[in-house]
Design a protein around this ligand. Sequence first.
Ligand SMILES: [Zn+2]
Length: 303
Amino acid sequence: MRLFCIALLAALPWSSQAASKINVIAATEDLAALAREVGGDAVTVDSIARGYQDPHFVEPKPSFILKLQKADMLLRVGLDLEIGWLPPLITQSRNAKVQRGGPGDMDMSQFCQILEKPTGPVSRAQGDVHPLGNPHYWLDPDNGRRMAKALADKFSAIQPENAAAFAQRYADFDKRLTTAVKGWEAKMAPYKGHKVITYHRSWPNFCDRFGMVVVDYVEPKPGIPPSPQHTLDVENTMKQQGIKLILVEPYFDLKTPNKIAADVGGQVVVLMPSVGGNKETATYFQLFDYDINLLVNAFSKTK
Ligand SMILES: [Zn+2]
């Protein structure tokens, strides 16, 4: 009987494979979602920041260090997005694999098209939280595609025996994304060139991709709270140019956006900037489905 049990255990597929899965920790749920798309059963994926949190400002917890201690890979957004909270967690994990420049450290920005790159000297002195270019680049599906390809290549380097499976999963993701993008672009086509205001500079990649023009921001600078003078300037711009929509991330106070909307006869739209922000945005695809449906609905009401 005992022999039989051992034989049965040995036949169970997960008993031998569990230990060899690549343990991926992602700084954000967007990067985690892409790793799941490409990694499939060969990886375990967890994330640190939740999709409903402002990724610039995440409260560090001891549990995050535990996650990093066991990680084979750490996926970061980079461009200083996580500078306020991630570096101490990495140091305290004492895991050589995920230290900056370590074999499992992946700054995903290096694979992507980055907008708003600074041309002059870089300084955070003004409180600007985007000193190295815009870090919200995952909101262009083409950047999602680039990251998925980079992940497939990296997973294959770590686990050459699964390279064909990773390549297949990437090819499948690429195909599904191409189809999805066509659908999203078709839905947004009637609103091409429409102007919007956004609270934070989270949406340049998204708006470029889907044909919207961002004219101004509720924040005077990225990371700087609204000021009365700037709010007045935004209202004047909206009135002069007939702008109706103010796009707001779910973690900002709605007081100022609501006031602006009331003053100019506009509309506040709370878009989801990250996977996992709510139940309806559980995957990379659902994130765009959700935001584009909200936008189409809002634009159709402002006609
Ligand atoms: Zn930002």
